[in-house]
Design a protein around this ligand. Structure first.
Ligand code: TXA
Ligand code: MG
Length: 339
């Protein structure tokens, strides 16, 4: 199959919508990361997403809608708490899990009785959903296990020959996947941190939001993940990554001792000056949103330069920093060293 990359235009949107109506898979820009979209009501179409990604069948997908009215068609019903979150943050990078509606293809929910739904704010994603009139199931558009793609070129790198069309909407603004919160249980639980923060969710809901253990910890053997996606290896570059907790002076001193062929630094902008090893940067030390924006591109860059061993500066665990830490921790296979 030939894969076409088309910049977003009325023509390419019409072509993408037609492919989606026919049950095909299309690469779609969103404000978080690129998605691999297919008709969420068509099980055969959704199965093509799993095939293109090489995704385990038991890992459910997020359904993308363009209105509250469409949202109501894919869930059992919108609870008052869900409506509060939607009023505050949607359209935007927030996914809410609720009991599923009957129309959604079983393949989307991977056997669960709940469904994850979000309303993206990216104009191209919204235009595409509107044009085809369908809720779109879309996981991140990477091969399973690779970093999520934040440019159309990243998508092409993973999906060339696997899907017919990628809509190029430029660089994704947020850069990490949406915040995932479940409202399907007794108490809200944050399953995946993102640009909408834990603190913001608690403020709007006016109650505590539990942080799923797996956000910051490796699952123990046999432990059940609240969200199936958390049990898989994720965001992994080929290099061995280790996160170093400590200040910049301690980081420099550690690198002095460990400098060798193939060793790279993953540090914040401006910190690369005077390091004894080459560096890739990911955002500014004092601005976690810039870290989120840059992280996945930096991980892909480390693969391109052939890094063997990577020592990473540690982001904070508050605000958007928690999302950055959560992704980097998985890229590092949970190797963290306190200096
Ligand atoms: O920003 C995003 O959310 C991107 C863009 C494309 O929208 N999508 C994305 O999808 O990151 P994906 O499939 O890579 O991640 C979906 C996550 C997985 O960890 C999955 O296990 C979890 O959401 N999930 C989906 N449905 C769920 C459900 N019913 N219950 C618990 N977890 C669920
Ligand atoms: Mg993903």
């Amino acid at each position: 199959m030939e894969t076409i990359v088309a910049s977003v235009s009325p023509q390419s949107l019409a072509q993408a919508a037609e492919l989606l109506r026919q049950g095909q898979v299309v690469g779609m820009p969103t404000e978080t990361v690129y998605g691999l979209a297919a008709n969420a009501l068509d099980g055969a179409a959704v199965a093509r997403i799993f095939a293109a990604k090489g995704r385990p069948q038991d890992n459910p997908l997020i359904v993308h809608v363009d209105s509250v009215a469409m949202w109501e068609t894919v869930v059992e019903h919108l609870t008052p708490a869900a409506r509060r979150l939607i009023d505050a943050f949607c359209p935007g990078p927030l996914t809410i899990i609720l009991p599923r509606g009957k129309r959604v293809a079983d393949e989307v929910c991977a056997g669960l009785d709940t469904v994850a739904v979000r309303m993206p704010s990216h104009p191209a994603a919204r235009a595409l959903i509107k044009e085809c009139g369908l809720p779109l199931a879309a996981p991140s558009a990477n091969l399973s296990g690779s970093p999520s793609p934040t440019t159309a070129a990243h998508v092409l790198g993973d999906m060339d020959g696997r899907i017919p069309l990628i809509l190029d909407g430029g660089d994704c603004g947020v850069g990490v996947e949406s915040t995932v919160v479940t409202l399907a249980g007794e108490q809200p639980v944050l399953l995946r941190p993102g640009y909408i923060t834990h603190e913001q969710l608690e403020q709007v809901l006016g109650c505590p939001v539990q942080l799923a253990h797996a956000v910051t910890h490796q699952l123990a053997a046999g432990e059940k993940a609240a969200s199936p996606g958390m049990k898989y290896k994720h965001y992994a570059p080929r290099a061995d990554v280790t996160i170093l907790q400590g200040d910049l002076a301690q980081y420099r001193a550690f690198l002095q001792q460990h400098a060798a062929e193939g060793v790279w630094a993953l540090c914040f902008e401006g910190e690369e000056e005077g390091l004894p090893v080459p560096a890739v940067t990911y955002g500014l030390a004092a601005d976690d949103a810039t870290q989120a924006h840059a992280l996945f591109g930096a991980l892909r860059r480390l693969d391109e330069v052939g890094a063997k061993t990577v020592y990473a500066r540690c982001p904070s665990e508050t605000g958007v920093g928690l999302a950055v830490y959560n992704r980097l921790l998985r890229a590092a296979a949970f190797r963290v060293v306190a200096l």
